[in-house]
Design a protein around this ligand. Structure first.
Ligand code: PLP
Length: 415
């Protein structure tokens, strides 16, 4: 209780919750408890309004028109790029490439980096806790070009084995690609240290920031990431828009990804001259409404303060680990120190799908299954887990309701 009172003074959770209309919904007559935030976050009203407002009053295609609306839409789109730049502290907005999300950002990099810098026998180092979107693009490259994947193992707490990481480098290593935060375990990987090791071997690093950007202050310069990817919809923004950050000297050396309008300076049937950064990578009409809404979402979390969001979520993480840890027969996957507010678990031999379905009947939305991390499931020796993942609007009372819900379901299976 004391926690909550202190917390209220520093962080106005009631006010924050009012910004998210969906949180007042009832599910099966019960108040919605939304704990599937790693999959996607809910949207504050200002983000949804920004989408409607731009369609109602500004809408026009960007970068092409001399007319007023087109220029206004272009200005909004380019201001959004600047907002993203500031948010992750990139040096220049030329380093911010808009994509459809983390998945497309990684595919873009795999395709272009693979084409420019990799040949058969070259190696990419990944971690055992990667999301499929940071595995399969490299496997496609393996199929096309014969590259080889090396995998950093983890210990039983869910911490990467950095001693093993160092041993994976060889003269054929061309790239390291690692999640900043695991979407299953909540482990925060030491990407700064990993970047330093990669650089000592003359190799760049891609950081998958899908699960870090919504929860902590990210500074790509401080981290010294060469590439960094994230999705708008996981940070309270719209679906269908994301970012690939890349250091300018790296992006300059990569070939274009897709061809089409926007990414060219001039085209003839004999020859095409490509645009400068970042447009070289942005073929076709961009989701300029989405980028405005993404900027609105980043402004929203910045106004609350990423440090305060992180502190609130850290409080939820330790409270959830403590309360869920007391449930008889529970197994929690991922116990690394400082982990993010993600709790993956199984109780006794209750199937994850049964647990998820019955919790849903209580109004509690959790995710079940392999969470797009099947190699990690194999390492954990399970087929799937139940995952509760928290966001800036979740409360301690919701953790209590989750713990109570899990106990109820457990009793149904073991009366
Ligand atoms: N990487 C991680 C760590 C994720 O958790 C996710 C989504 O859950 C992704 C990548 C893929 O994100 P998206 O589906 O938005 O492209």
């Amino acid at each position: 209780m004391c926690h909550l009172q202190m917390n209220k003074m520093m962080y106005d959770i009631e006010q924050i919750r009012k910004d998210f209309p969906i949180l007042s919904r009832k599910i099966y007559g019960k108040p919605l408890i939304y704990l599937d935030n790693s999959a996607t976050t809910q949207k504050p009203k200002c983000v949804v309004d920004a989408i409607a407002d731009e369609y109602y009053s500004v809408n026009a295609n960007v970068h092409r028109g001399v007319h007023f609306l087109s220029q206004q839409a272009t200005e909004l789109h380019e201001q959004s790029r600047e907002t993203v730049r500031r948010f992750i502290n990139a040096r220049s907005s030329n380093e911010i490439v808009f994509t459809r999300g983390t998945t497309e950002s990684i595919n873009l990099l795999a395709a272009t980096f693979g084409e420019a810098f990799m040949e058969a026998g070259d190696e990419v180092i990944l971690t055992v806790m990667e999301h499929h979107s940071n595995i399969v693009p490299w496997q496609l490259l393996a199929m096309r070009k014969g590259i080889i994947l090396r995998v950093i193992p983890m210990d039983d707490q869910g911490k990467l084995r950095l001693d093993e990481y160092g041993k994976l480098f060889s003269p054929r290593t061309k790239l390291v690609a690692a999640a900043h935060v695991s979407n299953v375990l909540g482990t925060v990987n030491p990407v700064r240290e990993m970047a330093a090791t990669a650089h000592a071997h003359g190799v760049p690093i891609l950081v998958d920031g899908a699960q870090s950007v919504p929860h902590r202050k990210v500074d790509v310069q401080e981290m010294d990431a060469d590439f960094f990817a994230f999705s708008g919809h996981k940070v309270y923004g719209p679906t269908g828009v994301g970012v690939l950050y890349g250091k300018e000297d790296w992006l300059d050396r990569l070939p274009p990804y897709q061809g089409g309008g926007e990414m060219i300076q001039s085209v003839s049937f004999g020859r095409t001259i490509f645009q400068e950064l970042p447009f070289k990578f942005e073929a076709g009409t961009p989701d300029y409404i989405g980028t405005t809404a993404l900027a609105k979402a980043l402004d929203y979390v910045s106004a609350i303060g990423m440090e305060r969001i992180a502190a609130h979520e850290q409080m939820l993480a330790s409270y959830a680990m403590q309360e869920l840890g007391r449930i008889p027969g529970i197994r929690i996957f991922g116990e690394a120190e400082g982990k993010e507010a993600v709790v993956s678990f199984l109780v006794g031999n209750i199937h994850h799908l049964d647990m998820g379905t019955l919790l849903d009947r209580l109004g509690i939305a959790v995710r079940t299954g392999h969470h797009c991390a099947q190699p990690l499931m194999e390492r954990l020796g399970v087929e799937g887990t139940v995952r509760a993942s928290f966001a800036l609007y979740n409360t301690q009372e919701e953790v209590d309701a989750l713990a109570e819900g899990i106990r109820r379901v457990s009793k149904m299976f073991n009366p």
